[in-house]
Design a protein around this ligand. Structure first.
Ligand code: SAM
Length: 279
């Protein structure tokens, strides 16, 4: 029997340590993490949309689910530094387009919603709308999504990343996830434009990596590691990153790529083993 107060695994990745607990995240955040010690939390909880997780029932009564999400939020708040960032990824299902916003509302009493980022999984851009850009040669349709067969609902090609902070005043490293200017004459023209990089805005196109078989992604609801990587970079200067709902370790992977120590919780041993193997 695993002693849940001890880490399930501690891994050394270069100069940083990744610590994984096989444990409920509310208990873990309270018992295993020093108060105000985490700079960045990037996480994606279950959305309560009936996903077939191995160790978790994703179909709770709505009120119970929201009360639990508030409890998670409070535990995150306790672990988070006063100038920390809590990036909460959430999506909806076609017949219930309020889930993400209901969870965000449940956290409203405890955090300031500093930014709302749209994680765009797939997008189509017509050449005629793109304008006269030399890099756009024709119509574009990129990214992956699960098709929705319906005459009522559109394919769901985006999710939310709610960026919560304690005071709404975290200074961000926007250029760390910035993009080059399309029109280079902007460089030097504006006071802020000292280099060929600008704020990319709050629509982030991050496609899923293409996989050949399910064994490459042994989990039903992951985000690409690039998503937490961008959140950690945007916050800037993180010394400890946490993911209460680790899954197969996408946030751990991102933190280790950026050489920032990581701590994560997950209740399912198989997912945690996959995270460790992935790292
Ligand atoms: C949406 S998934 C996270 C996937 C992760 N972002 C990734 O890319 O691999 C949510 C995870 O939360 C886990 N989970 C559910 N209840 C939990 C709890 N009380 N404490 C910790 N993990 C939990 C589930 O087993 C599932 O793996």
């Amino acid at each position: 029997m695993q002693n849940q107060d001890m880490p399930y695994r501690v891994m050394q990745k270069g100069n940083c340590t990744c610590t994984f607990y096989l444990k409920d995240c509310v208990a873990g955040l309270k018992e295993n993490i020093e108060e105000k010690s985490v700079d960045v939390v990037v996480t994606s909880p279950p959305y309560n949309i009936g996903i077939g997780y191995k160790s978790y029932n994703d179909s709770l009564p709505r009120e119970k689910y929201l009360a639990w999400m508030e409890e998670v939020g409070l535990a995150v708040r306790q672990a988070l530094a006063d100038d920390g960032s809590f990036f909460l990824n959430l999506g909806n299902k076609p017949k219930d387009q309020w889930i993400a916003w209901d969870v965000a509302s449940a956290l409203r009493k405890h955090f300031v919603l500093q930014n709302v980022i749209h994680w765009v999984k797939s997008i189509a851009i017509s050449k005629s709308d793109a304008g006269n850009y030399p890099n756009v040669a024709g119509d574009i349709a990129v990214g992956h999504f699960k098709p929705i067969v319906s005459n009522r609902f559109l394919n769901d090609c985006h999710e939310y990343i709610f960026h919560f902070t304690k005071q709404g005043a975290r200074r961000l490293d926007k250029l760390a996830v910035g993009i080059p200017y399309q029109d280079k004459t902007n460089i030097g023209r504006w006071k802020a434009a000292k280099e060929d990089r600008r704020d990319r805005g709050n629509t982030w196109f991050i496609p899923y990596e293409t996989i050949k078989s399910k064994s490459e992604r042994p989990h039903p609801a992951t985000f690409p590691a690039k998503l937490p990587e961008m959140c950690i970079k945007l916050h800037g200067g993180a010394k400890l990153v946490a993911d209460p709902f680790t899954g197969i370790g996408s946030t751990a992977l991102a933190a280790s790529r950026l050489e920032v120590p990581f701590v994560g919780f997950e209740i399912d041993r198989e997912y945690l083993d996959a995270a460790i193997a992935r790292l």
